[in-house]
Design a protein. Structure first.
Length: 121
């Protein structure tokens, strides 16, 4: 004898998949996930949701295109993982918040050396 079908509603399917209702409807509309309309209610078979999850599993070794190998800096072995600014020739400290003395004085809105400070009269 066959087991009875376990039907689940869209809220439970969303919870199982960890997606929004809109994403679930997109999966259904694109034909990736079978669903059934019973009157005004959309139902899914629990085992078909589980099969969808199994089909969506990422096989190891298939995501290499998302993290290309870093290119070594010419003439400087061992510095492949430098900050992007330095690797592009911008020099150390660029963009790191360490080049003091440029920009307005904090809280005064003045450039350094553009006027007198309280103790410089």
């Amino acid at each position: 004898m066959t087991e009875p079908v376990k039907w689940i509603g869209t809220p439970e399917a969303c919870a199982r998949l960890g997606v929004t209702l809109r994403t679930l409807y997109r999966f259904i509309d694109e034909g990736q996930l079978p669903a059934y309309k019973m009157g005004r209610v959309i139902r899914l078979q629990a085992h078909e949701v589980d099969e969808f999850v199994a089909r969506a599993r990422i096989r190891p070794g298939t995501l290499e295109h998302l993290y290309p190998d870093p290119k070594p800096v010419q003439g400087r072995p061992g510095l492949e993982h430098q900050a992007a600014g330095e690797a592009a020739g911008a020099g150390p400290g660029v963009g790191t918040g360490t080049d003091f003395g440029t920009g307005p004085d904090f809280g005064t809105g003045r450039q350094p050396g553009s006027g007198t400070d309280e103790g410089e009269m």
